[in-house]
Design a protein around this ligand. Sequence first.
Ligand SMILES: [Zn+2]
Length: 187
Amino acid sequence: MPLLGIRVLGDPVLREETVLVDAITPALQALIDDMFETMHAARGVGLAAPQVGRAERVAVIEVDGQPHVLINPEIIEREGTLKWEEGCLSIPEIYGDVTRSKRVVVRAMNRDGHTFEIEGTELLGVCMQHEIDHLHGKLFIDHLSFLKRQKVMALWDAEKDQYPNFVRDISKEVHDDDDPAHDDERL
Ligand SMILES: [Zn+2]
């Protein structure tokens, strides 16, 4: 299974609406498997199809050792608010506090096409909201205030040149000096 190139901020694919999945095919399942492998290699806890340049409405998540596949996910309940420091595999090294719903219930299909519902709070809830945003062309920086977003974009200006053509090649990265404090925030 190949590692997929991760698209970074600036690639228009991250701003595109995804397309509902209408059939579970071996090709879709292979994409899901590759997304898990890529997410693990990037030490992330969530990855959505647009982040690997794809239009399928699919995301993968792994929180507390529990993998979840979300096909055509929808938030059907939300409650309360919480603030969480988020990062994104598509905006490496950039972090910011985002206000999210404290608890969400998501309805989706799994890798076999079975519909299920999953409740999430804390990291799982934040991660599901972050990945579902990706599936509708939205990024966590869109939730920041104008001033914070300007700060973040200035930081990103110094980072982005490492990613020619907006592609991040995980196979060439060395993560030894990453800050482990951010291990749960790469979504
Ligand atoms: Zn993200």
